[in-house]
Every structure is written in C-alpha cells, then in structure tokens.
Ligand binder design. Structure first.
Ligand code: NAD
Length: 430
C-alpha cells in the first residue's frame, strides 16, 4: 500500500535523505509498523549545527560549520562517524544518522544512530590547521557528545589521528579525576591512544566477510573473480586487501581523482603504497589504463564495491552494471531508483547497513575494552567480528527467504522490528 507520505516523498528530489526515508517506508509498510512508533522513527531526535572560528596558518580567522545529528537512542548511546567533506550538510547528516540507527540495531549492538562532520575540503588545509579545526569543533560540540551519550568515529576524510585529537580535547575539558573515564568518547583511535587492534580494518574486513558469506551460500568461488572498487580509502583498501588474499582480482579502481583499470589485475598493496606518496590518488599507477569516470560502473567484473560516497549508482548508470553482486562498503551508494533496475536485472545487493557494519562492530569492541580496562589481541577481535557479522548475515538471509524480499528490505525489517519491540516494552515517557 502506498501511503500519502510515501507519495509525497516519491515526488521529492532524490537525495540521501530521500533514499533512506523510502527504504524505511518500504520496510515499515511490509511489517505494518505501529503508526506511533513510525512517527518517532521518521524524525531525528536532535540536530546540532555549530559555527566556530579557527586561526589559519596565515594568521587569518576562518569560520566553519559543523553538524551532529542524533537520530535515535532507544537501544543505547548514539553512535556514528564524523565526515569532513564539502557535501556535508544537515540533510546528509540526517540521512547518515538514520542509516546508523538501522545498522546498529541490525547488528544487535546497544547503540543508537548519529552522524556529523564539517562542511569543508580538508585537502585545502595544513595538518596543523586540521588539528585546530578538529579541536575547536570538539569544543563546540561540548557535552553533546560523551562516552555514554554519543560516540563519534572516523568516516570520509577523518581517521585515527582525527579521533586522537577529539579524545585529547574532550578529556582536557574534564576535571583530572574524570579524564580517563572518558577514553571511550570516540572509537577508531590509534592503538597508543586507547584504540583497538583490528579497528582500522574492521569495515573493509566486514565487507569482505559479507561477500564471502554470500559466495558460500551461492556456491560461488572467489578465486579468480574480478572486482572493482570505488573509493580507495580505509574501506575500499581493506576490502580489496582481503578479497585479493582470497584469490579474487582487482581490475579497476576509482577515487576522487580519477579511474584506472587493468583487466589482468591491479596489485592492491602496490597501489596502496603508491597512493601514500601521490597527491593525485590512484591516477598514474603503473600498468593501468586511465578510464572515464562515467564508464566505471559499466566495466566488466563479477563484484562491484562502492566504497566512497552516497548516490553513486543511479537510474542512469544502473542499467549498465555488469557485476552480479554489489557489496555496499559506502553508506547509501545505490539510490532507490537504481536498486529497482538492478534487482530487475538480477543483480544482488548486500546492503550498506549489513555490508559495512563491521566498522561499528569493531568500534563497539573498542568501546567495550576502554570501558572495562581490557586489551584484546587482533585474532580475538577478528574472530568476534566474524561471528557477529555471520549472525547478522544469516538473519538477513532468513528473513529475505521467509518474506520473499531483497536483502535490504530484510535488513531494514530486522532493524526496525528490534526498535519497535524496545518502544513497545518501554512505553513512551511520561
Ligand atoms: P576515506 O576518506 O578513507 O576514503 C574515501 C575514498 O573515496 C577516497 O579514496 C576518496 O578519494 C574516494 N572518493 C571521494 N570522493 C569520490 C568521488 N566523488 N568519486 C570516487 N571516489 C571518491 O573514507 P572511508 O572511511 O573509506 O569511507 C568510505 C565510505 O564508507 C563512506 O561512505 C563511509 O560513510 C563508509 N563507511 C566507513 C566506515 C569506516 O569505518 N571508515 C564504516 C562504515 C561505512
């Protein structure tokens, strides 16, 4: 049944927020979600926009705009990344915060969903400027974040170093006796600053595991399968690293600077080394051919891993997709219209809230270790991650079979039903 709200949304411009709302509506209709709970989940609990001044290296002051959106915390503290990118705005933060709520719920974690960031191009600033921007942003967020309230993590253009600056700034604003209690205010920290072994690779490893579970289920061998990756950052690199180790072959990559291809294979580690010292990303890597960005998703391959930004696979390029599996490393890379085309064409999609959930599961492990004063070894983290992700994957497959729905719809159903149950059991205050 198409409700009035759904009709209205269908008319709206396609954006990430529109996509996540349509994905939510679709699952809510199927499970006949309690209308009162639907009203709660459709909106974001808190939306914070901050403006803060920072002194630049040349002595001038620049004012930045930062965001933190907290969608829902029925299951536990808000959790989600911070992104530094020119496309960060309130709608993007709202959409990404909602996806986090569904992701943490699906993964069975005691968390809600949040997201935020700063609208800027980080490549225009020196390292010292980025440090001052990050520290001042943290100060502006103040006690709106906290280890038991809202726990940020890395996302596009932020990393372990960014998290260390946030941690240090946040702790420095607390009384000395309180400082070490705040170690888990952020996850994705460097090992020396309270980070967890394995958190660096957790998202990409999770993408790889999702593909592996899917392949096991379909009786497909990963050896010699060709895959392409959009985005060669934290998620794209680690996903490619593990897939290559499983015998698959990377045949094309796209990043913010361009696209390259080699049908005979691109060495993942060599490309990684190359990117570290190259200001034009992957462009110019030896033995690869530059290709037009618009042709990227049309390349011949078995598996496609979008691991960059949202809304990359659209109704325009979806009909040309050759891969039979899309594993969504990024959040929201496939828009709703594209998904219809892909499913009609028999392309399967491992949805973002499942496929990239290894990141937030790894973050949860870091948070637990900080909270309990423990340090787990790498093997332990990876084993626990695999177990948790397999549970989610199997549940999604089971619901997908039972209800005869695609994997995204199944994942949303599981996530929303868990939240519905929490609200039903707790009631609405007062
Ligand atoms: P990153 O900053 O490490 O890497 C981003 C990559 O995308 C870079 O290679 C960049 O060049 C590329 N890119 C940027 N704009 C592009 C464009 N227009 N076209 C093609 N490539 C482009 O970021 P990341 O942490 O790897 O995150 C990538 C995606 O994965 C994001 O959607 C993020 O929300 C999602 N994600 C990240 C994590 C995590 O733990 N880092 C967890 C879950 C989901």
């Amino acid at each position: 049944m198409i409700t009035k709200t759904l009709k209205k949304r269908l008319k709206r411009k396609q954006g990430m927020l529109d996509n996540v709302m349509r994905q939510f509506d679709n699952a809510a209709e199927i499970i006949d979600l309690n209308p009162n709970i639907r009203k709660i989940l459709e909106v974001t609990n808190n939306e914070l926009v901050v403006h803060f001044p920072v002194r630049m290296d040349n002595g001038e002051v620049e004012v930045f705009k930062g965001y933190r959106v907290q969608h829902n915390n029925a299951l536990g503290p808000y959790k989600g990344g911070l992104r530094y990118h020119p496309t960060v705005d309130i709608d993007a933060a709202k959409a990404l915060a909602m996806w986090m709520t569904w992701k943490t719920s699906l993964a069975g974690l005691p968390y809600g969903g949040a997201k935020g960031g700063i609208q800027l191009d980080p490549f225009k600033y020196s390292q010292a400027e980025l440090e001052r921007i990050t520290r001042r942003f943290t100060y502006a967020l103040g006690d709106n974040i906290g280890p038991e309230l809202d726990i940020p993590a890395p996302d596009v253009n932020t990393n372990a170093q960014t998290m260390a600056w946030i941690l240090d700034t946040f702790m420095s604003t607390k009384a000395p006796a309180e400082r070490s209690k705040n170690m888990h205010v952020v996850t994705g920290k460097p090992i020396g600053a309270g980070g967890s072994y394995g958190r660096d690779r957790a998202t990409g490893y999770g993408v790889f595991l999702s593909i592996k579970f899917w392949a096991e289920h379909k009786k497909v061998y990963l050896k010699d399968k060709k895959f392409i990756v959009q985005g060669f950052g934290n998620v794209g690199y680690w996903a490619a690293h593990f897939l290559e180790k499983a015998g698959a072959s990377l045949v094309a990559v796209q990043d913010a600077y361009g696209s390259i291809a080699n049908d005979n294979g691109i060495g993942v580690e060599a490309l990684f080394e190359y990117v570290q010292g190259n200001k034009n990303g992957i462009v110019g890597f030896a033995d690869t051919m530059p290709i037009d960005n618009s042709e990227f998703f049309a390349l011949d391959c078995d598996i496609c891993i979008p691991a960059a930004l949202g809304n990359q696979i659209t109704a325009e390029n979806a009909p040309k997709v050759k891969a039979y599996l899309i594993a969504e490393g990024a959040n929201g890379p496939t828009d709703v219209e594209a998904e219809k085309v892909l499913l009609e064409n028999g392309v399967e999609i491992i949805p973002d809230i499942l496929c990239n959930s290894g990141g937030v599961i790894g973050s949860y492990f870091e948070w637990l270790q900080n909270r309990n004063g423990e340090i787990w070894q790498l093997e332990e983290v990876m084993e626990k991650l695999e177990k948790k992700l397999r549970t989610s994957f199997d549940k999604v497959r089971e619901i997908s079979n039972e209800r005869k729905v695609d994997m995204r719809t199944a994942a949303f159903i599981i996530a929303i039903e868990r939240l519905e149950q929490a609200y039903k059991q707790r009631g609405i205050f007062p």
